[in-house]
Design a protein around this ligand. Structure first.
Ligand SMILES: *Cc1c(COP(=O)(O)O)cnc(C)c1O
Length: 407
């Protein structure tokens, strides 16, 4: 009855040109036409299934797009050369000079910088709001508001957006709700909850091997075709095109996404519970202490859990840096930005991925200096990982309650 994303992905089938079990990779930037008339029609956007030039579309990118549409339950999807390539194209497709958009204030640093600093050049105004309060979104809407933007689970503070409530606000205005679902593929299906456009950085969980930068826009056929329009499509004209070789490798990695997300989520939940019991300040939406826990429980597909990201407050930037360096020396993960790798990755967002956000605004949104963002890996034995992380924390005297009760 219900659309199941993993079944939809499993049921896709493609054959290569020699009957290979994987689709052939299209190794061409341009395509021949048997008749000049067909070339003209293709430029006019009138010919389904004809390839023109690979910035517009290529077989490998269309295959990957099909898989992403199956994942999100949308009519179709366009792939881009990065998550930012998808985000910038969608915003510039929807908003023109004199327009306004409402965005969550806790979003990926690059998206924040694009909205706050770059859109000014085009005369596009942005209101940043606390996305956990739909009434704040409602109050920020203006007659010239063209879209509502948020992340399903935000970077790095893990705020959970009430997608159904936000979608109702957008529907009442006839504007799209655009949701970046990079942190929660499979767990949350924004389009099935009412969102109109779903964006991904494929660089993270979906690819999962930290070897590729790529992005995607999932939406209606009409919107995705408009993005590709040769005359005024932001996707086509800004030129963020994914290479076919990379599209093919991401498609192959997507086949294990359901297994990986289950393991990332289970490992993250285990560590979050143990760290919380140890008296550490841990933020994870799978914990009852998280303000968005109940909402997320309603929104998720339970078998995929609450995702692989958690944050821990080490108290100060110095302590955070010492802990991350020690964990890296102990081979518990890498001090690196990004997420979704098989090894745990950790970084201090205040000085890295969210450094675009001014300090006083970081403070206002609760992004403290000592915050460490963890992308929990696929560790086979997470109890062993926990014990070893705990030893690192003990040696830095980061377990206050434990020290005092044992002392
Ligand atoms: C990484 C990230 C992006 C940007 O994606 P790129 O592939 O690096 O361009 C956008 N949104 C979120 C939530 C991200 O984590």
């Amino acid at each position: 009855m219900d659309h199941n994303a993993s079944d939809a992905l499993q049921d896709l089938h493609y054959f290569g040109e020699f009957g290979g079990v994987n689709p052939s990779i299209s190794d061409s930037s341009t395509y021949t036409f048997l008749s000049a008339k067909t070339m003209f029609d293709t430029f006019e956007g009138n010919t389904e299934g004809c390839y023109l030039y690979s910035r517009h579309s290529s077989p490998s990118n269309l295959y990957l797009g099909e898989a992403l549409a199956a994942l999100e339950g949308t009519e179709t999807a366009n792939v881009t050369a990065s998550g930012m390539g998808a985000i910038s194209a969608v915003i510039l497709q929807l908003c023109s000079a004199g327009d306004h958009l409402v965005s969550s204030r806790t979003i990926y640093g690059g998206t924040y910088a694009f909205m706050k600093n770059f859109l000014k050049r085009f005369g596009i105004e942005v209101s940043f709001v606390d996305i956990t309060r739909p009434e704040a979104v409602q109050a920020a809407l203006k007659p010239n508001t063209r879209m509502i933007y948020c992340e399903a689970v935000s970077n790095p503070l893990l705020e959970v957006a009430n997608i159904p409530a936000l979608a109702r606000l957008a529907d009442a205005r006839g504007i799209p709700l655009v949701v970046d679902n990079t942190f929660s593929p499979l767990s949350i299906a924004p389009a099935r909850l009412g969102a109109h456009i779903v964006i991904h950085s494929l660089t993270k969980f979906i690819n999962g091997t930290s070897d590729t930068v790529a992005g995607a826009v999932c939406g209606t056929r009409e919107f995705c075709l408009a993005l590709k329009d040769v005359n005024d499509g932001a996707g086509m004209l800004l030129g963020s095109t994914l290479d076919s070789l990379r599209a093919a490798s991401i498609l192959k990695n997507m086949r294990t996404l359901h297994l990986r997300i289950q393991k990332h989520s289970a490992n993250a939940l285990y560590l979050a519970q143990r760290f919380e019991a140890d008296g550490l300040r841990v933020v994870y939406p799978g914990l009852a202490s998280h303000p968005g826990h109940e909402l997320m429980q309603e929104l998720i597909v339970p078998e995929y859990g609450f995702g692989g990201i958690l944050t821990l407050d080490a108290g100060s930037l110095e302590q955070a840096n010492r802990l991350m360096e020690l964990m890296q020396r102990e081979n518990l993960g890498y001090l690196a930005v990004s997420l979704g790798f098989y090894k745990t990755l950790f970084s201090a967002p205040g000085t890295s991925t969210s450094s675009e956000i001014p300090e006083e605004e970081q403070e206002a949104m609760g992004l403290s200096d000592g915050l460490i963002r963890f992308s929990i890996g696929l560790d086979h034995d997470i109890q062993r990982t926990y014990q070893r992380m705990r030893q690192c924390m003990e040696s830095l005297e980061l377990l206050p309650e434990l020290n005092s009760t044992n002392g």
